[in-house]
Each structure stands twice: as structure tokens, then as C-alpha cells.
Design a protein around this ligand. Sequence first.
Ligand code: NAI
Ligand code: MG
Length: 356
Amino acid sequence: MKYINIASIPGDGIGPEVMNEGYKVLKALEELHGGLSFERNEFDWNCKRYLEAGEMMPEDGLEILKDYDAILFGAVGAPEVPDHISVWELILPIRRAFQQYVNLRPIKLLKGIESPLRYKSVEDIDFTVIRENTEGEYSNSGGKLHENTPHETVIQNSVFTRYGTERIVKYAFEYAKQKGKNKLSVATKSNAMNYSMPFWDDIVREISKDYPSIPFHLYHIDALAAFFVLKPEEFEVVVASNLFGDILTDLGAAVAGGIGIAPSGNINPEGTYPSMFEPIHGSAPDIAGKGIANPVAQIWSISLMLDHFGYFELAEVVLNAIESVLMKGDNLTPDLGGNASTTELADQIVNKILEG
Ligand code: NAI
Ligand code: MG
């Protein structure tokens, strides 16, 4: 028996609702595979805990997580707790401490989902965005001067290190090579950000020498955003800095049919620390408790986790099950135009998985 130890953090709002459906998927996968066991421990690290205990996670939280094989995350955030607390005191420490420097986001229009792009189909929208996840524009570096005076000044620095840039670019080329892709698209803005982006571009050029079979193409971020809408079929793998990747991936999720579907992986490629898999959506307080959240993003995140561990076939089984249920289309959650509950949609996926 192969054991995979998972730390599960359901979080707040719809987080626990979709996580519960994720657990059913893990159980179905165990049944299907026979030789695989997902050992999971659940941690109630969320805003409720913050309101009671004054902290999102215990002081030794990272110490507790570090020996798990993976972290499965739901979503955090509650109206009573400022968002910067839930994010900066739980998600970001995990991403940083565990060197999850790759944010992997499939932008794939699933069969059965209609893209808001009228003329684009599943063949057109199928690529992966690799976003730098630890530095760049989101580096917590800056300061304020002369606050509350007419001379008030704020500075927000971007920090690009050679080490951090090389490793994300290398990962992107390597990912393209492993997945048999023919091209790497690179987000830049070297015409306006005249220190960081020329540096980024130069490192792309250097690393590309090790990957002669994968041509790369630099796009200025503004044009790239437009192409996501106009010509998504151009893309196979896209690599971007933290801020650019953040914006591109939300645009990508929208193009691929919405927030209740899109998954993500926060990957530590070396495997020194656990990687973390989560839907991109938040805790959705507006629909929390109603049992109507779309569970697909959480379930697809499990597929990404399987892919990460090299269980490519099982990852496919999950994705195919999602697609076949979406294609059938008669028991969908309200965000997809139906009136089914979270559980009704998830149960169909679970049943499909059990069929193999
Ligand atoms: P959100 O993603 O929670 O919700 C945006 C809209 O999408 C809402 O109308 C919601 O009902 C809908 N939605 C989201 N997920 C859905 C699903 N699975 N099925 C159906 N509809 C879904 O983003 P919002 O409202 O900006 O943030 C709410 C809270 O979540 C905030 O506290 C925010 O900080 C937090 N958040 C947490 C994230 C995380 O845990 N990684 C990511 C994004 C936001
Ligand atoms: Mg975002």
C-alpha cells in the first residue's frame, strides 16, 4: 500500500463545503486504485479560530505541516476578519516557508462549459500559466514617508533575484519539455519597467539555451492580456512574474468559464517541502451555508495533486469524470446555470470516478 499523507485545511465559508466533496473523491480514488491510501489530517485553521484564539494557525503551524506529502486547502476569509490577516497569516507563510515558488494554473476550457469568448471552443483554450509565487512585485518591501501631509509618499518595491527568476523560468521550460509542448510564452514589460523586466528577459534568454527545442516568445503584459481574449489558441505554457501572473490567471479563469471551476497548485518542485493544492476561489460568504457552491475547482485541485505525485492516469480519471458530468449537464450548481446542490454535482463525479 502506498500512503500519501495529506494535511487538509478546509478554511471558511464554502471552503469546508467543497472540501467535504473532495474527501469523497479521495475515497473513490482509493477504491478505484486499490493500492493507494490518502491519510488525511484536518486542521481547523481559519477565521473562526482567529476570532477565538487570536491567530490563524498555531505558532508551530508550519512545523506541523512540513512533514506532510501535500496540503489540500479550501478557502479562507470571513467578513469579520480583515483579508490581509487571513491571507498574510496563513496562506502566504505556507507558500513562502515551503518554497512553493511555482503557482501552477491550468487554463483549460472543459467540455460542457461555455466560454464567455463566443467563438472559442475546448480546442482553443487549453494552456497552463506558471506564475512566480514568492517574490517580484509582491515582496513586502517599501515604506511610507510624511504620512497625512501633502508630501505623503509611499514606495512599493519589486524584488527580482537571480535565484528566484532563474528557478521559475527553468521550471517553465522544463514543464513545457516534460509535457511535450512546443512553445513558451513569456510575460514581460521591459519597455516600461526598465530594471526588473530586462533582467527577467535576459534570464529567459540565458536559460532558453538549455532548451533549444522549445522556442520562447516575449509578450508585453498588456498585449498578452489582449491575446488571452483574442487568440487563446496561441498559448501552451505561459510564464509570468507574481503580479502579472496574478492578473493573467484570473483572466484565464474567466475565459475558461469561471471561478467555481479553476484549480491551482502551489508547487515546491524539489519536494523539500509539501506542495499545496487549492481552488482559486475564496470563501464566497455570499453563498456560504447554502450548499450550492460548485465543488469542481476543489476536485480539479485533487487532480493536480495526483499529477504532481506522478499518478497521471488517476489525474486523468478525475478530470474526465468532471468533464463527462459537465457535458451531461443536467445536475449543475447555480453558477453553471443549474439548480443542483454541491453534493448532487459532486456525487455524480464520484460515481463516474468509481466507473474508472
Ligand atoms: P470569492 O472567490 O470568495 O467570491 C467571488 C464570487 O464568486 C462570489 O459571488 C462567489 O459566490 C462566487 N464563487 C466563488 N467560488 C464559488 C464556487 N465554488 N461556486 C459558486 N460560486 C462561487 O471572492 P471574494 O468575494 O472576493 O472573497 C471572499 C473572501 O474569500 C474574502 O475574505 C477573500 O479574502 C477570500 N479569498 C480567499 C482566497 C483563498 O483562500 N485562497 C482567494 C480569494 C479570496
Ligand atoms: Mg488573484
